[in-house]
Design a protein around this ligand. Structure first.
Ligand SMILES: [Zn+2]
Length: 247
């Protein structure tokens, strides 16, 4: 496993001979119900990045703790960036990674909100346009999980489980058990369709979307194992494309 911030300058130079791929874990600082830590999304993405780093030569960049949060903005503990700030930050980091000799950037986001993902995708597209030798992948954990559940539907019992529900509780029981404070009642928010609401907590008081009751650490461990495998496949495909383009 290789964390950028832990290396010395000569170690960094030596690593660059082995791999040109950098992984940027992105999270959000956001309420995750009464039982999960505010950093859940980042802890998930970072844990996954580090597991990938143990099996595949990639450099794990210091993570980005903040993201764009919309529906949890009014809940205590949520801190959101604006889309402009996130785009600018990811673009600057991508340019710097490229200047330091990396040609593949894999953004792995533990937060999957639509506005957040749009900012990451736009930043990725801008980097492609600006840096002809740079390959970019933007992965959100919810998409990885959907793919996993198509092949392993028995892994999660709650249908439509999303925020701070069975999956995220299981993941935190595996990755950060000391930060899990029991469980929480199931909750199924009903926001009005099309209409943007100012008082978001009125429609989502508890901050859970799903049912955490069934979550286990073993389940979280299995999800992380399968996510690691899938993400390594994405990275290998990106690296393969880079090699083909250089021929
Ligand atoms: Zn989350």
């Amino acid at each position: 496993m290789t964390d950028w911030q832990d290396l010395t300058m000569p170690e960094f130079e030596a690593f660059r001979e082995k791999s040109r791929t950098v992984l940027l874990p992105v999270g959000s600082l956001e309420e995750h119900g009464p039982h999960l830590p505010l950093g859940t999304d980042l802890f998930h993405a970072w844990e996954l990045a580090r597991r990938v780093g143990k099996e595949h030569p990639v450099l794990v960049a210091p993570p980005l703790f903040y993201g764009v949060c919309r529906s949890t903005r009014e809940h205590p503990g949520t801190v959101s960036l604006g889309g402009d700030a996130l785009r600018a930050l990811v673009k600057d980091l991508g340019r710097e990674f490229s200047r330091q000799g990396f040609s593949n950037l894999v953004i792995i986001s533990g937060h999957a909100g639509g506005t957040h993902m749009a900012a990451l995708l736009e930043a990725g597209e801008a980097l492609l346009e600006e840096l002809p030798r740079m390959g970019v992948a933007v992965v959100n954990i919810l998409d990885l999980l959907r793919e996993i559940l198509m092949e392993n539907p028995q892994l999660v019992r709650t249908k439509g489980d999303s925020h701070a529900g069975e999956v995220e509780t299981a993941l935190m029981l595996a990755a950060k058990p000391q930060l899990v404070k029991g469980t929480a009642p199931e909750e199924w928010p009903t926001f009005p369709k099309y209409i943007l609401v100012r008082d978001k907590r009125r429609f989502w008081p508890g901050g859970v979307w799903g049912d955490p009751a069934n979550a286990t650490a073993a389940q979280g461990e299995e999800i992380l194992r399968l996510e690691t495998r899938r993400l390594i496949r994405v990275i290998a495909a990106l690296e393969q494309m880079e090699q083909e383009e250089q021929k």
